[in-house]
Design a protein around this ligand. Structure first.
Ligand code: PMP
Length: 402
């Protein structure tokens, strides 16, 4: 039965031959939000989604420990059976209040939030309009929904408009699904333009703010806040596994009757709820996020410094500075060698290979945290530039190497 994966197995063994397998990395010890021990060596972590560095926040840990001691290790049940505790209800209130929405539903992961919401909202006769670069959870949610799926060109409101015009006479509701910051290249959706298309065509709009919650906006409400279109966004989806430093997902909305999704969303109903310790830690993380705008400012400073440093060094990057800064390469073998050499210098980044990447590029995906120091960013830029030169990716031989 595994024969169909022969090509994947072959690629994996190629990766093992090239050094450490980037897809089976297991850290020996996590030392801080930005450092770990890996294969006995201390590495700087420049490939996490720990945007605000909250994984070791003392108040979040204290909230989790207290809930762990009083309510136990897990709920052993679904939200619609025995798996709703006061901690889950408090977290849902916290999410709704933070985002200024009537209601919020909390899921066990962000992946499940997309599955559960999209599959429940869109039925067989409805239409989902997905950005071509959507995250796997959005594609998987669209399959589960059995709705008609139309992909539009990445970040292209004109293409979306054309496709919605084409669907204008077709029955069924139309739901546009876009992300705030895209996880591979760190590029940002033209959300004001998408919202204008939504208004003109009468479609609904869902924004997955997984990478932008707590990262963008004066108050951290994501791209919808920056773009000034919160009133146009019908459903906000997000995750607790990035800026909030834990795990879980949510959907928040002002739609009347939203509550019915609790008994219509299968990824909400047919899986165990998050442990109360997680709910307690995330609720506290929202408090920290709201009280510490300086974390967002530090994150933005670090993101700019990394982007400018790598850009000056001569690398091809995503279109704009963001906490995700990807070095774009064409040859996967070169990307694998690059990744291994960085690790040997004590820098951990993510490796993303086709087909999981836009335009089938190979990416060294770096991401910054508010917890990185200026010295960490300088170290990262120097290490990446040195290896880039060593491999002939930057400097005079760039064309030849690529
Ligand atoms: N949506 C997007 C855009 C994501 O990038 C991710 C995670 N990479 C998810 C959803 C899923 O989130 P989680 O890790 O909480 O399952």
């Amino acid at each position: 039965m595994l024969g169909k994966y022969a090509h994947l197995a072959q690629s994996l063994s190629g990766l093992r031959e090239a050094g450490t397998n980037p897809f089976t990395v297991a850290f020996d010890e996590i030392l801080s939000p930005t450092t770990a021990r890996l294969n006995g060596q201390t590495v700087v972590l420049l490939g996490t989604n720990n945007y605000l560095g909250l994984t070791f926040d003392e108040s979040c840990i204290a909230a989790a420990v207290s809930a762990l001691e009083t309510e136990g290790t897990g709920t052993t049940g679904s939200r619609i059976a025995n798996g709703t505790y006061s901690a889950h209800v408090a977290l849902e209130k916290q999410v709704a209040t933070f985002l200024g929405r009537q209601d919020a539903m909390v899921f066990t992961t962000g992946y499940q939030a997309n599955l559960g919401i999209m599959a429940a909202l869109a039925g067989r006769d409805d239409h989902l309009l997905l950005d071509a670069d959507s995250h796997a959870s959005i594609y998987d949610g669209s399959r589960l929904s059995e709705a008609q799926v139309t992909r539009f060109r990445h970040n292209d409101p004109d293409d979306l408009y054309r496709r919605l015009r084409y669907l204008a006479d077709k029955p069924g509701d139309k739901l546009i699904v876009v992300e705030g910051i895209y996880s591979m290249l760190g590029d940002v959706a033209p959300l004001a333009e998408f919202a204008a298309v939504k208004r003109e065509t009468g479609a609904y709009l869902l924004v997955d703010e997984a990478h932008s919650l707590g990262v963008l906006g004066e108050h951290g409400r994501g791209l919808q806040e920056v773009a000034g279109v919160e009133a146009d966004v019908d459903f906000v989806v997000g995750t607790f596994s990035k800026s909030l430093g834990s795990i879980g997902g949510f959907c928040a909305s002002d739609m009347p009757g939203f509550e019915v999704l609790r008994v219509a969303s299968r990824a909400y109903m047919f899986t165990a709820s998050m442990p109360p310790s997680i709910a307690a830690s995330v609720t506290q993380a929202f408090e920290v996020m709201a009280a510490r705008p300086d974390l967002r400012q530090a994150l933005t400073r670090n993101a700019e410094a990394l982007y400018q440093g790598l850009s000056k060094a001569g690398f091809r990057l995503g279109p704009t500075p963001s906490p995700i800064v990807s070095v774009r390469l064409t040859k996967p073998e070169l990307a694998v060698a690059f990744w291994n050499k960085l690790l040997a210098r004590g820098l951990y980044v993510n490796l993303a290979l086709p087909p999981a990447t836009p335009a089938r590029e190979s990416l060294l995906r770096t991401s910054v945290s508010a917890a990185h120091s200026e010295a960490d960013i300088r170290f990262a830029v120097d290490a990446i530039a040195s290896v880039g030169e060593e491999l002939g990716i930057i400097g005079a031989t760039v064309e030849a190497a690529e």
